[in-house]
Design a protein around this ligand. Structure first.
Ligand SMILES: *Cc1c(COP(=O)(O)O)cnc(C)c1O
Length: 358
C-alpha cells in the first residue's frame, strides 16, 4: 500500500475549491412526464429521429454495465470524449501550468506531450530501455515533488510491448503522484495483463482504456478512466456537463451487450497478427519484427522513409515511426484483414531498395 499518497495535496487548489456547473439533468434526477427544465426543443428534432433531449451527464447506463464487465464500482469509472479527454482533464486537474511536471517514457503515444504543451506543463522525458522496458531505477532517481504524473503506456504505442505489472507496481509504490497506465490495447494482450484490479490497492493509479481499438468504435469517441472514487470525482467535477453525446451512449450500450462480438474480433485479429508476423519474417526487406501484445507490429526495414513512400505509391499507408527515438527505420503496421495483409506482403516483396555499402 502507498500510505504517503495525499490527493488533497496533489489537486490544484483552484480545482479543489471550485463549484462545478449544475445542469438541469443534475438537479432533477428522477423521471417526470413533462420536461420544461432545460430549454430543449419540445417539438422534436430537425431529423426524423429525436435527439432533442440532453443526454445523461453521468452516463449511468454505460457505467453500470461497465462496472459488471470490469469488476469495478460504477463510481470508479470516468467516461470521456475519447481517452484523450481523460488525459487533458488529468493535466488540468493536477498540474499547475508552468510549474508542476509530468514524466513520459519515449518512444510513446504523442498525446501525453501535446496535452502537456497545451496546459503549459513541462514534461520530463526518460527514454525506455533499449528493450523498450520501463527504466524503473531512473524513474526513482528523477522523480521529485514537482512531478505530479507519470504516463506509462502498456502495451506501448508504437513499440507494442506490454510493461510487466511488477515494474509498474514498483513505480506505484515509490511515487506520490499519479501513475497513469494507458491500456488502449489491453484487449489484445494476454488475459490478466490489465492493471485495473490494482485500483483498489493503489490510490495513485489511474487506468485508461478506450472503445476505439478492440471494440471497433473509434468514430463514436468514448474513452474510460478507472481509479479510486476521489480521483474519479475530480475528473467528473471538471468535465463538460454533457461530454459524451447521446448517440454514443446508446450505441455503446448496445455494443456492451454484444461484448462477445468484440472478443471474437480480438481473437481473429490476434490470429491475423500472428500470421502477418510469420509472413513478414519471410520478406527479405524486413530486418526485424519486435514482439507485440497489440493490434499492430513494429517492423525494422532498411531506409524506412523510402519503403514508406514506396508503399504509399501502392496505396498502402502505414505509420512511419523512423524519426522517433529508439525506432530508427521502423514502420508501425496495423493488422488488417486477410486480404489487406496479403497485399501488404506482396507490396513489400516487390520493393527494391538498394542499401548503400558501408
Ligand atoms: C489509440 C490510442 C488511444 C485512444 O484514444 P481515444 O481518444 O480513446 O480514441 C489512447 N492511447 C493510446 C496509446 C492509443 O494508441
Amino acid at each position: 500500500m502507498n500510505n504517503t499518497f495525499s490527493l488533497d495535496k496533489l489537486v490544484r487548489p483552484n480545482i479543489m475549491a471550485m463549484e462545478p456547473y449544475s445542469s438541469a439533468r443534475d438537479e432533477f434526477e428522477g423521471s417526470g412526464s413533462i420536461y420544461l427544465d432545460a430549454n430543449e426543443n419540445s417539438l422534436g428534432s430537425a431529423l426524423d429521429s429525436s435527439y432533442n433531449r440532453y443526454p445523461d451527464p453521468r452516463q449511468n447506463g454505460i457505467r453500470k454495465k461497465l462496472s459488471e464487465l470490469k469488476s469495478v464500482a460504477d463510481n470508479e469509472i470516468f467516461l470521456g470524449n475519447g481517452s484523450d479527454e481523460a488525459i487533458d482533464l488529468l493535466y488540468r486537474a493536477f498540474c499547475e501550468p508552468g510549474r508542476d511536471k509530468a514524466v513520459i517514457f519515449p518512444p510513446t503515444y504523442g498525446m501525453y506531450k501535446v496535452q502537456a504543451s497545451i496546459n503549459n506543463t513541462p514534461v520530463l522525458e526518460i527514454p525506455l530501455n533499449s528493450d523498450f522496458s520501463l527504466p524503473v531505477e531512473k524513474i526513482k532517481e528523477i522523480i521529485n515533488p514537482s512531478v505530479k504524473m507519470l504516463f506509462v503506456c502498456s502495451p506501448n504505442n508504437p513499440t507494442g510491448n506490454l510493461m510487466p505489472k511488477s515494474s509498474i507496481i514498483e513505480v506505484l509504490k515509490d511515487f506520490k503522484g499519479l501513475v497513469v497506465v494507458d491500456e488502449a490495447y489491453i484487449d489484445f494482450a494476454p488475459e490478466g495483463s490489465s492493471m485495473i484490479n490494482e485500483i483498489k490497492n493503489y490510490p495513485n493509479l489511474v487506468v485508461l482504456q478506450t472503445f476505439s481499438k478492440a471494440w471497433g468504435l473509434a468514430s463514436l469517441r468514448l474513452g474510460m478512466a478507472f481509479a479510486q472514487k476521489p480521483v474519479i470525482d475530480i475528473l467528473n467535477k471538471i468535465k463538460y456537463p454533457y461530454n459524451v453525446n447521446g448517440v454514443t451512449q446508446s450505441m455503446v450500450l448496445d455494443a456492451l451487450k454484444a461484448f462477445n462480438k468484440k472478443d471474437m474480433m480480438v481473437n481473429q485479429i490476434l490470429s491475423l497478427r500472428d500470421n502477418l508476423v510469420q509472413r513478414l519474417k519471410s520478406v527479405s526487406l524486413v530486418e526485424k519484427i519486435y514482439p507485440t501484445s497489440a493490434n499492430f507490429i513494429l517492423a525494422k526495414v532498411p531506409m524506412a522513409n523510402k519503403v514508406y513512400i514506396e508503399l504509399v505509391k501502392q496505396g498502402i499507408i502505414v505509420r512511419n515511426r523512423s524519426s522517433v527515438l529508439l525506432c530508427n527505420n521502423c514502420l508501425r503496421i496495423t493488422v488488417g484483414t486477410e486480404k489487406e495483409n496479403s497485399q501488404l506482403i506482396k507490396a513489400l516483396t516487390n520493393i527494391k531498395i538498394k542499401v548503400p555499402a558501408i
